[in-house]
Design a protein around this ligand. Sequence first.
Ligand code: GAP
Length: 545
Amino acid sequence: MEMEQLVALCKRRGFLFQSSEIYGGLNGFWDYGPLGVLLKRNVKDAWWNDMVTAHNELLVPKNAPSSYEMTGLDCTIIMHPQVWKCSGHYDLFHDFMVDCRESKKRYRYDHILGRKVTGTKRGEGGEPGREMSVFITTMETENTQDALNEAALKFFGLRKKDIETLKWEGEIQSVSKLNGFDNVVGPDAKNPGTLTEPREFNLMFKTVLGALGGEDDATFLRPETAQGIFVNFKNVCDSTRVRVPFGIAQIGKSFRNEITPRNFTFRSREFEQMEIEFFCHPSQSADWYKFWRDRRYSWYTEMGLAGDRLRLREHDADELSHYSVGTADIEYQFPFLPPGEFGELEGIAHRGDFDLRSHIEGKLVRDGQRLVVEKLPNGQPKHRGSGKDLSYYDDISKERYIPHVIEPSAGADRATLAFLCEAYQVDTAPDDKGNPQERTYLKFHPRLAPIKAAVFPLVKKDGMPEIATEIYGELKKRFSTFYDDKGAVGRRYRRQDEIGTPYCITVDGQTVQDGTVTIRDRDSLKQERVKKDEIVAVLNERLGI
Ligand code: GAP
């Protein structure tokens, strides 16, 4: 599947629009349209239901060390600035970026891809050409070599037919692997050597509280929902009867001033996260980490992501955050990535006691095997913690300790995008006259499909609309249902296929005679007759929701 086709379908059928499109759009911001909002809500509802509401704390789930409780929170986007200082985001949450002195554009350092090429640069004003070797670059991740060919032809002043005269060396690689930029032609530059040295850039959006706010009142839009959970740990323990092990879930907006937002909603500047902070006894944390890693992976497969495009990747020791003893990513092979590459859907991290301790003691740094409070030259903590006691007292074992945390952290937008990519299918199906026609359909899991059923009267007469509206009224009370009486029925089916509606119910001449309707399956295209009074029960069973 070409990504452009999916992007076009998303716009045409109202799944996703560029934010502020009439003003030219805003890079890194996306709006969900009438169908997109239903799809994304279904993703979030499925996650919340399966992780929180439907979790039975009386049973021990398969491969879990014990039973556990789950609860939820909905915290504010703007929090006390000290939260981000103690969490490490204020000092550490940055990307490296480079500026181009010629094009005045800014790029994320590790996202600039390029390759060394030698060619003859056309001379100006009748001057002879001269041979040059440069490192040509692009930001294109799809068809990168094609983009490099184009950039190289432009740089050397050559025509398409001269492509064979270019001599490429080595592999395509990120400029972050190079020792210097003297030879590098920036992605939008005409000359080599115009990229600056990489500089750090904090990804948090800053804002100011109050009308007269100055730098001291600066605070941030949260870059993750997790910290709201950590700072409320004591509130949750004191206000409920939860006992460790338990998890707190939260779904909400996060904001990151990404330097190069791209790949549709994959890397946005405003996005939603679905995070769980799971608190457990330190002696059991390694087992809980394995449980959550596998539980979260199987959730995506249950929701319909195929085995070979989905993978669980355990991080190497040198990839781990300084506080983590284990992290795994659940990754999906998005069609916009080069062949063989996967993009992160969710990270599952063993965070030890780093987060709770940071909010007690202050910002922590690693000192050998230990985490210690980072100090200023005068011996004072660099970022002071709350000083509040966030330890947990187990009144059965009479033990007091700081729980360890396992964090499954998912992106609602990335999951929605993966479900859209996976659902996109093209096949051949007969039209109204029985002629085979290409058909595009979205093969969503029934739980995720924005519309679960559509109801059509075959024609707008002979008592059919009356029966169809009655069925529609019944279905609408239970499922998101669509009523359509316009155009040829074949076209109505196609319109529903294209938005992923699993079932279409048609009221026809026979319905008026014997009270049966047809129910058509989106994937198999099979049509069966069922009694109209049984349609709710049939759909309940087939949708499995
Ligand atoms: N609390 C841990 C945390 O935030 P992360 O790996 O930075 O970890 C978790 O983010 C998830 O949030 C990612 O796996 C991804 O699904 C989503 N996410 C992160 N940055 C994103 C962005 N710029 N656009 C869309 N989703 C993003």
